[in-house]
Structures are given as C-alpha cells and as structure tokens.
Design a protein around this ligand. Structure first.
Ligand code: KG4
Ligand code: ZN
Length: 330
C-alpha cells in the first residue's frame, strides 16, 4: 500500500494506492492563485503546497478508510519540476517516511505521465508515449519498464505553453488549454491558415514558437477581435498544433512498427486531440491508450502507480532522496 505525493508544479496532489479498486487521488488546483499572473509563480505555488499538503494527506487516507498504519511505502515526485514546489513534497514525504519508519520510493514525474494512461489497464510493450503538458512535449519509445528512448521533443515551447500563450494573446483566461478547447467547438478550424511547426523536416521533433508568433501577428493585423474571430483563431490554432502531434506520432509508430500509442499530460485532456488520435487509430490499425481525464493533469496516483510497478526502488536511506528540478529520465 502506497501513499504518494506530487508537488512538481502548481497542483498539490496526494494519492493512496492499494489495488485496482482501492485507491484515492486528491488534486488541489492552484489556478486561483496563478491566473492573475498568467503563469505559475514558483514561490506562491510552494507556499500553497505547504499550506494544504497535510490536510490533503488526511483526506487521501480518509477517502479509502485507511490511516498511516496501512501504508507500506511512501512515494514522491523528486523531479523534474519547479524547485520550490518539489522541495515541499519531498521534505514532507521524507519526514513522514522517517517518522513512521517507512521505505520511500523516489519517482520521476515524466515516468508518472508515461504510465498514467495504463492505470488499471494491461501494459503492452513496446509502445510510443507522447507526453504533452505545460512543460513537456516528448515522444518516447518505451521498450519496457525503465527502458526509454527519447525519439522526439519540442525544440522550443511545450504545446501546453503555446495554448496558454495564445489564450493570453486572445484575451482569454489562464490556463489557456481548457478555454481554447471549449471555444474551438464553435469555431471554424479552416478560417485561418496557421502553419504547423517542423512539418516536413523528417524528424519526430516539434516546434510551437512559430505557431504562437503567427497568432500574435494575426491578432495585431486584425486589430480589435470580434467574438467570432476569437473562436475561429482558437479553433485554427488548436487544429494546427494538435494535427502535427498526431501526424508525427503516427508516422513514428508506422516507421518503428509499434502497434500501441499512448498520450498523456495536461494537453491529453484536449477533446480534439482525443478524437484525432482515436480516428487515426482506426485508420492505421493502432491501439491508442488515453488516460482517464483525472489522470491527464499532474496527479499523485500516477506517481503511486509507477512506484507500485517497481517497489525495488524503495530505500530507507532518506538523506539520499533529494529534489532535482532538472532530473533526467534517460
Ligand atoms: O500536465 P499539466 O497539468 O502540468 C504540467 O506538468 O505542465 O499540464 C498543464 C497544461 C497547461 O498548459 C494547460 O493549458 C494544458 O495542460 N491543458 C490543455 C487542456 N487542459 C489542460 N491543453 C489543451 N486542451 C485542454 N483541454
Ligand atoms: Zn506534469
């Protein structure tokens, strides 16, 4: 039985995992704090993590009628992420493990995202894993647990970051992804021609800064935007950025002869992305694995799940567990 923590960025999350039926996943969003700044302020994020983490831990245990005596392992995200944020979760997890004489399992946040779609499902190796969030746009070839090859990544902005920046240019709220997703449903995705980044370079890499700049210039040229123009730009931007993700991932699956593709991270909540991947899976006879909505954004259940997949990583050498903002997966 695992008690897990994730405080890598702006959401505080605590989860308890026993088996496929008994688990909890508490996620406390900080959007209220950061919205007015249009982005995450690390020190404010850390302060809120510190305020709520003890209460959320009680809540995660209460939800499944458990208490600390039921816990066998503590798991925690040690990186990558924002240092002040990571420090709160890591310090709390270490203190709790030490005080209760429990082994602790350090987890890489990206590994959490990679396995989130497979929670309560059979893992079929090898698979391609597209991790798309506010901080990451990575395409991994996953041969086995612990055996990852990075075959593509963004050369500049992460796709979620592009959604957030474009939303700001359009005068929409933060975070931009969910708003653009919602507004795009009533927009015309063919109204504005927005170029896709690195479309024909032959690699599996991505680029989103050009798309963002294109929207910025378009908005400047159009002057004051009507409501219709806002939803049409949102839909056209969304189509351009998601289509390239789908195209390159599917091409990689074909070229590497991989039959299973998974998508995770905050942007995998996008409804157009989900539809596009499902459609592509039919067309190319691939299996596409998408996480439950609750497991798309940062959460501690995915961290508990990775810990569960390999408990041999557990240690009681507490002083060796340290937050590492630029922790690498490979
Ligand atoms: O995984 P996540 O919660 O945190 C990071 O590790 O970054 O991802 C947050 C990102 C934000 O950029 C947000 O705008 C984006 O995911 N996002 C979406 C949607 N929901 C969240 N992007 C597009 N469509 C959505 N529905
Ligand atoms: Zn994340």
């Amino acid at each position: 039985m695992i008690l897990a923590f994730d405080t890598s960025c702006d959401d505080t999350s605590v989860a308890f995992y026993k088996d496929s039926e008994v688990y909890s996943n508490i996620i406390s969003s900080q959007n209220d704090i950061h919205a007015k700044f249009g982005g995450v302020i690390p020190e404010l994020a850390a302060r809120r993590h510190a305020e709520v983490i003890a209460y959320l831990t009680e809540e995660a245990l209460n939800r499944v009628n458990a208490d600390l005596r039921d816990v066998n392992y503590v798991a925690v995200t040690v990186g990558p992420g924002l240092l002040p944020s990571l420090l709160v979760g890591v310090s709390f997890a270490k203190a709790l493990a030490y005080a209760n004489d429990l082994p602790i399992i350090p987890v890489n946040h990206i590994e959490g995202h990679i396995f989130a779609p497979f929670f309560n499902r059979r893992i079929e190796y090898p698979f391609l894993s597209l991790v798309v969030s506010g901080g990451h746009t990575h395409l991994f070839f996953v041969k086995n647990f612990g055996n990852y090859q990075l075959i593509g990544k963004t050369l500049d902005d992460a796709v979620g970051e592009a959604f957030d920046k474009v939303a700001r240019v359009l005068g929409l709220e933060y975070p931009g992804g969910p708003v653009i997703d919602r507004l795009s449903k009533s927009g015309d995705p063919y109204k504005f021609k927005i170029p896709k980044g690195l479309e024909r370079d032959g690699s599996y890499n991505f680029s989103f800064s050009g798309v963002k700049t294109h929207v910025k210039n378009l908005v400047k040229k159009l002057g004051g935007l009507s409501k219709t123009q806002i939803v049409d730009i949102a839909a056209s931007f969304q189509k351009a950025s998601i289509d390239i993700l789908v195209e390159k991932t599917i091409r990689a699956a074909e070229e590497l002869n991989v039959k299973t593709v998974s998508v995770s991270g905050g942007v995998s909540a996008n409804s157009y992305l989900r539809e596009a991947f499902i459609e592509a899976s039919r067309k190319y006879d691939l299996k596409v694995v998408l996480p439950e909505r609750e497991m798309t954004t940062d959460n501690a259940l995915m961290i508990a799940f990775v810990a569960y997949l390999d408990v041999s990583r557990a240690t009681k050498d507490y002083f060796k567990i340290e937050a590492d903002p630029s922790l690498r997966l490979i």
